[in-house]
Design a binder for this molecule. Structure first.
Ligand SMILES: Nc1ncnc2c1ncn2[C@@H]1O[C@H](COP(=O)(O)OP(=O)(O)OP(=O)(O)O)[C@@H](O)[C@H]1O
Ligand SMILES: [Mg+2]
Length: 313
């Protein structure tokens, strides 16, 4: 069976986790002292939240980690009651191997309604003697204060470019890939520091070729090169609307981009244009408006042309 690279290359030790240095330092010292409060891990996707929790469990419980660690998803469509029952069943039995507490990892806590969060808060209180929770979310601001105040909060950040480069090198070594120098920038640009996407994109590309260039990356992820988007916008700004429109259309067809993909890329590129800041602000505002119209179902090409016209005038 083909192994999934995100799992194959999931760090197994604290020191293998890229970035998040302060978090690792504090969390590993909890583990060393065999005691910890409830934890909250907040931050974007693919930056090490689940990975760190698994390491915590393995370090705390050794061989018995599996029976003392429960992973649940708060957004379980069957509702918070299912989550509470599972927690209850798990918390009721003694820890395997005489540890003072078990650990429950609850993913996607910010998808819970306020009422469900109140229920979760009571559950946390009921089982505080036998369980520690690690709550994971994208935005801690969506979590009610009484829960936040019961947790030590850790804010994970997107990985920096140097970490992504190292991760790519590591996977390339393990899988015998050749990475062209331009591919590093491309991978960082399209993943924006999400390490899970890095592993997935590389695995996807590798099924096509072992020789990975920026072009391979942009083809696979259905994204255009930022330089190409920049060129099209610059031509529009210079006054040649027709030419920029034709180039945009060609780019969309070549990469199979949707209107929304294009808006996102244009939005990112506006700051890199050589125009006045006040004009940039107006264009950003326009991007928001056009995106909204597109989401509402308006014709993609018509809306993109309208957006592009704003660069010319
Ligand atoms: N800090 C990191 N260092 C090295 N690899 C990482 C790191 N973060 C993520 N990864 C890679 O990405 C994969 C997914 O990471 P993880 O499951 O920890 O993400 P997450 O932060 O829990 O994201 P989500 O919010 O989507 O659940 C890991 O298996 C690993 O391959
Ligand atoms: Mg996760």
């Amino acid at each position: 069976m083909m192994e999934i690279w995100t799992e194959k290359y999931r760090p197994k030790e604290f020191e293998d986790i890229a970035g998040q240095e302060d978090i690792i330092k504090r969390v590993s010292s909890f583990v060393k002292s065999k005691n910890m409060p409830h934890l909250m891990f907040s931050g974007p996707a693919g930056v090490g939240k689940t990975t760190l929790s698994l390491i915590v469990a393995k370090k705390l419980f050794g061989e018995e980690w599996n029976s003392n660690f429960l992973e649940l998803n708060a957004s379980d469509e069957r509702g918070i009651d299912v989550v509470r029952n599972k927690v209850k069943d798990f918390a009721r039995t003694k820890t395997m191997g005489n540890y003072p507490f078990k650990v429950i990892y609850l993913d996607e806590c910010d998808s819970l309604t306020k009422e469900a969060q109140q229920a979760l808060r009571r559950t946390m209180e009921n089982y505080v003697n036998s369980c520690r929770f690690i709550l994971s979310c994208n935005y801690s601001s969506k979590i009610i204060d009484p829960i936040q105040s019961r947790c030590a909060i850790f804010r994970f950040k997107p990985l920096e470019k140097k970490h992504i480069v190292k991760q790519v090198e590591n996977i390339a070594k393990g899988e015998g890939l050749t990475i062209n120098s331009d591919a590093y920038d491309a991978i960082y640009a399209v993943t924006e520091g999400d390490a899970r996407r890095v592993a997935n994109i590389l695995q996807d590309c590798a099924s096509m070729t072992k020789d990975i260039s920026a072009e391979t990356i942009y083809e696979k992820v259905a994204a255009a090169r930022p330089q190409e988007v920049n060129k099209i916008l610059t031509i529009a700004v210079s006054g040649d609307f027709i030419k920029s429109r034709d180039m945009l259309l060609d780019m969309m067809l070549r990469y199979g981009l949707s209107g929304l993909d294009v808006i996102k890329q244009i939005h990112k590129e506006i700051w890199n244009l050589k125009i006045e800041d006040s004009k940039k602000v107006k264009l950003l505002d326009k991007c928001g408006e056009i995106e909204f119209r597109m989401v509402e179902g308006s014709d993609e090409f018509l809306q993109l042309e309208a957006l592009l016209a704003n660069f010319t005038i």
